[in-house]
Design a protein around this ligand. Structure first.
Ligand SMILES: Cc1ncc(COP(=O)(O)O)c(C=O)c1O
Length: 405
């Protein structure tokens, strides 16, 4: 059978191989712990659950406008104003099936075949694959732990100067997956200055916005001059523990949003009407504060505590290096000191995939190999796991690595 060029190039996420092995072992009854999760281990807030039930029972089960219901778009515009200081009209908001679809449709709206798109790396694996799917060519900008895994103006300017076809889009993400990097307003302002001078367009993925533990979060579009050159992407998966509901959104300049809506009208049409009502109720409760905000504040404190537990346990393991994550729920750990050295049972690992396989075999702990994010020296540990499991998992990793390096 002849498959299209796109189909031939498309590959399943690199994070899946270890996860599949983890699932098999768990089904066999083995004692395994996963630190691979990309979703909060908290339930959907009660207001969201009730909203979903209400939607089904009251017959909100038909097509809605393609860009989402007017109520939800208006509420998201209110959220952006109140929580982020970003003024947009409801017509500048498009509700999507997850942030993933918002990013993909934004790329379709902004990137022509052959256009380059800048991707600071390590990065969420789907960025590069999505750029390829739309026919663009991704140009990765290697970030370094020395800079806290943050993009510097020098790195951005160097990438721009070294790219033969001037890139039109920068795919930006903070708090970042997989490194947990959170930028200060000043750091973002310096990047915005370069963006302004270069006529770049920014897709700012702010899905981990509410998981910033040590400093306030700044939305990229609120920086001087950035409102007209940024598509802000966010959603309900992380802050509302609503990954399965597939609710995300994009907000930005009217012509781009109009294009997003037109594209969406031919791909999925409206996102799920039931999920939209659930998201509306969950967001309403959160914005109204008080009890409605409690699920979020509870999750924030639990994640911050767990982050500190993981970091403390990592500090006890010799020769691993990491930058304390300021946000999201991941720690990106450089384990390259253990490459090429005999570990348990004399096993030698040469890259992040082999080390992740070793940890699953020897420690019964699933982690995500850094190669999936574009950095093969590291592994990603998710702390979206109960604190007790985290402690056991980290101790087992410690034991499995001792003797190596
Ligand atoms: C950086 C980043 N962006 C977007 C997403 C996708 O979010 P959604 O579930 O809203 O599609 C994820 C999910 O892991 C992510 O890590």
């Amino acid at each position: 059978m002849r498959l299209s060029r796109i189909a031939q190039d498309a590959k399943l996420s690199g994070t899946l191989a270890i996860d599949e092995q983890f699932q098999v072992r768990r089904a066999e009854g083995q004692d395994v712990i996963s630190l691979g999760a990309g979703q909060p281990d908290f339930p959907t807030p009660p207001a969201g659950v009730q909203g979903g039930i209400e939607a089904i029972e009251s017959g909100r089960t038909r097509y809605t406008p393609v860009a989402g219901t007017p109520e939800l778009r208006a509420l998201i515009a209110r959220k952006l104003k109140e929580e982020n200081g970003l003024a947009v009209t409801p017509s500048q908001v498009v509700v999507t099936a997850g942030a993933k679809q918002a990013i993909y449709h934004a790329l379709l709206a902004l990137v022509d075949p052959g256009d380059t798109v800048l991707v600071p790396t390590p990065a969420w694996p789907s960025y590069v694959d999505m750029v390829r799917l739309v026919g663009g060519s991704p140009v990765t900008i290697p970030l370094t732990a020395e800079n806290g895994w943050k993009l510097t103006t020098e790195q951005l300017m160097k990438a721009l100067a070294g790219t033969p076809r001037r890139p039109g889009v920068l795919l930006f993400n903070h708090p970042a997956n997989p490194t947990g990097a959170v930028y200060t307003r000043d750091e973002l302002a310096r990047l915005a200055e370069v963006v302004r001078g270069e006529e770049l367009f920014v897709i700012s993925d702010e899905i981990y916005e509410h998981l910033s533990y040590d400093a306030p979060f700044t939305s990229f579009a609120t920086l001087p001059g950035m409102r007209t050159s940024t598509v802000t992407v966010n959603g309900f998966s992380k802050a509302f523990s609503m990954t399965g509901w597939r609710m995300g959104y994009a907000a930005g300049p009217a012509p781009v949003m109009k294009a997003l809506c037109a594209i969406q009208s031919h791909t999925s049409g409206n996102p799920s009407s039931v999920s939209q009502h659930a998201a509306l109720k969950a967001l309403e409760a959160q914005l109204d504060g008080g009890e409605g905000r409690e699920p979020l504040t509870r999750m924030q404190s639990a994640f911050k505590l767990r982050r500190d537990v993981v970091c403390r346990l990592l500090d006890a393991i010799p020769n691993v290096h990491y930058v304390k994550p300021g946000g999201a729920f991941y720690v990106f750990v450089d384990v390259s000191a253990y490459f090429g050295k005999p570990l348990g049972k004399g096993r030698v690992c040469l890259d992040s995939m082999e080390l992740a396989a070793y940890l699953l075999d020897e420690a019964g702990v699933a982690v995500v190999p850094g190669g999936a994010f574009g950095d093969d020296r590291s592994i990603r540990l998710s702390f979206a796991t109960a604190a007790e499991d985290l402690t056991v998992a980290l101790k087992r990793i410690h034991r499995a690595l001792s003797g190596g390096a």
